[in-house]
Design a binder for this molecule. Structure first.
Ligand code: TTP
Length: 354
């Protein structure tokens, strides 16, 4: 079996991050979300992995390399334009050949992995396996309609949901999928849709097996979902300390200190992770915070947040909460008069002022 991870796309819901970076590289507990997908595949016994890439392909390949550090062999498959998930499957055909494969959307996160689902699909008793997850708000998802345990239809964002089972971004197919992706037509938004592909297989009488995910699934396409995935991972991380904590600081609960970080006159209340060579000075870092490498947090309070690499937060008067802060960001108090907010913020940013 092979793996196909999709890491192209437009990422409109995650602007401004996606103006400069790949959303699949946004870190969850200081590790890109894409890495969890690769690890899930390898853990399920799949080493031969194709990654579909778009404009951010160079960043993806710089981060993942040839896959050897994951125990995988990675082949990059450029997609000229983000013309849909089914389009990505279509262009991957030369790589996939006639092998059965797992299609994994590169921004999807399954905490407990996919090994049992892959084992089911390996038995070869179905042509496709669709992974479903119960959600509290089925109106916002593609929802599975089931009859006698069989998948009969996927309904997009239904007003009146037939079930609460969302179709996740993990699918398994055999070679019959190529007939489907060659036959369907672009949708109103101009994309070759994976839901149309699944419906085609069902209509052709192929056996499409619905399977519920064991554990937590999150589509990290939006900020709130990234923070939620971060919370889920931090909750499970064992404490580790490769950093320095001075006598005036206190670590409470489960805290991961990566190599070379320094905690000075501060309180870190876990679960939290502080990245390599980051400095926390005179500050409070609260639960569910991931501060990436080479950051400085000084005279600040922050919790339920993610700060990406090389950012500095200094002298902020109010606590920073539920925030996603990008790379090389500087937030500080300005000594200049007149007193006021001085901002340089990219398009589509969101700032909550006090
Ligand atoms: P989506 O999140 O459905 O689409 P998107 O990335 O364009 O984001 P948005 O809706 O915010 O504009 O894509 C799911 C995953 O599949 C994501 O990792 C990107 C990837 N993808 C491709 O690689 N090629 C494509 O043509 C599309 C549509 C998505």
């Amino acid at each position: 079996m092979k793996g196909l991870i999709l890491s192209g796309g437009k990422g409109t819901r995650l602007r401004p991050f996606t103006f400069t970076g790949a959303k699949q590289l946004v870190p969850i507990a200081n590790k890109p979300v894409l890495f969890y997908a690769i690890e899930n595949l390898v853990e399920a016994g799949i080493q031969d992995i194709g990654i579909v890439v778009g404009d951010t392909g160079d960043q993806i390949s710089a981060a993942v390399g040839d896959g050897s550090r994951f125990g995988a062999r990675v082949t990059y498959l450029p997609q000229d334009a983000p013309l849909g998930i089914a389009h990505a499957v279509k262009i991957a055909r030369p790589f996939l050949g006639t092998d059965r494969f797992v299609l994994f959307l590169g921004d999807n996160f399954i905490r407990e992995g996919i090994a049992p689902l892959v084992a089911t699909f390996r038995r070869g008793e179905c042509d496709a396996l669709i992974v479903l997850a119960p959600v509290p708000n089925p109106q916002d998802f593609g929802i599975a309609e089931l009859q006698d345990g069989r998948l009969v239809r996927v309904v997009e964002k239904p007003q009146d949901p037939p079930t609460n089972l969302a179709v996740t971004g993990i699918y398994m197919f055999d070679e019959h999928v190529f007939e489907a992706v060659e036959s369907i037509r672009p949708s109103a938004r101009g994309e070759l849709e994976i839901t149309d592909t699944i419906q085609y297989l069902i209509d052709q009488g192929r056996s499409v097996l619905p399977q519920r995910v064991q554990g937590s699934w999150i589509d990290t396409g939006k900020m709130e979902d990234i923070l939620e995935a971060n919370r889920l991972v931090l909750e499970m991380l064992p404490a580790r300390s490769e950093g320095y904590v001075d006598d005036d600081s206190r670590l409470i609960g489960t805290v991961v200190l990566e190599e070379g970080c320094r905690i000075e006159n501060s309180v870190v209340r876990g679960p939290a992770i502080i990245g390599r060579d980051t400095r926390i000075v005179n500050s409070y870092v609260g639960p569910f915070s991931s501060i990436d490498h080479h950051c400085v947090i000084e005279n600040c309070e922050i919790e339920h947040s993610i700060v990406l690499e090389c950012s500095t937060l200094r002298d902020v008067s109010y606590r920073i909460e539920e925030s996603l802060i990008g790379r090389y960001v500087e937030i500080s108090r300005s000594p200049l008069k007149p007193k006021g907010y001085k901002l340089m913020i990219g398009d589509h940013s969101k700032v909550g002022m006090v």
